[in-house]
Design a protein around this ligand. Structure first.
Ligand code: AMP
Length: 219
């Protein structure tokens, strides 16, 4: 009722910082909501919901989960959100078909797609970032052994849980995820460029600077 929702898409290779940047922005501003398709899927796998059971194998191999499964999940989640807010979509859409599903979801929710932030990072940096990535299995906080170290090694600053390496952050799966990004997700750059929505942001510098540039990209 009277709801005004905006959507900002975070686009970029695995390890380009989508989750880190969208997470920092949302933590600093209650009107911004970080929605990560990877987190929704990992949660569904953990709970072994029907969608989670279907998605698990694709994720282990570093392949994309079928568009209908993730499209339904994002559609349900976004249409269930209340209040005036800006959704920071991290990891969705990843194919042109998903972008079309998102147009449908936005139309039904009365939401407006205002910008697509493309985080640009060189391949060498991506590999180094993913190799050092650690996460908290309990609260979802993200770390990097060198770039974002926790205060005590291997322990989450926020909830004290032991940090883990994501199952799909091994070298073979990462190579596959990068190839999938180049083949299936990169076409979205032209897709949104043609609509005048694309904002390119250098994703290789200091986190605070990237956060600031990302925010300016849609304001
Ligand atoms: P992420 O946390 O964004 O790196 O996603 C982890 C894995 O979840 C990906 O490698 C895919 O298997 C799956 N996934 C996440 N988002 C999507 C999406 N939009 N479409 C298909 N698969 C996805």
């Amino acid at each position: 009722m009277g709801r005004v929702m905006k959507i900002v898409i975070f686009l970029g290779a695995p390890g380009s910082g989508k989750g880190t940047i969208a997470g920092r922005l949302a933590a600093a501003d209650a009107t911004l909501r970080h929605v990560s398709s990877g987190d929704l899927l990992r949660d569904a796998v953990k709970r072994q919901t029907p969608a989670g059971v279907s998605a698990e194998g694709y994720m282990k191999r570093g392949e994309l989960v079928p568009d209908v499964i993730i499209g339904q999940m994002i559609g349900d989640y976004v249409s269930g959100m209340a209040g005036e807010c800006t959704v920071l979509l991290d990891g969705f859409p990843r194919t042109v078909a998903q972008a079309e599903i998102l147009d449908g979801v936005a139309g039904r929710c009365g939401a407006e797609l205002v910008a697509v932030v493309l985080l640009e990072v060189a391949d060498e940096i991506i590999v180094e970032r993913i190799a050092g990535r650690r996460g908290c299995p309990k609260c979802g906080a993200g770390y990097h052994v060198k770039n974002i170290p926790p205060r005590a090694e291997g322990v989450c600053d926020i909830c004290g849980s032991g940090l883990v390496v994501r199952k799909d952050d091994n070298i073979e799966t990462v190579k596959n995820r990068l190839a999938v990004y180049k083949g299936q997700t990169v076409p979205l750059i032209d897709f949104y460029g043609a609509r005048g929505l694309l904002r390119r942001v250098d994703g290789s510098g200091r986190i605070d600077d990237i956060v600031r540039m990302a925010r300016h990209a849609w304001e």
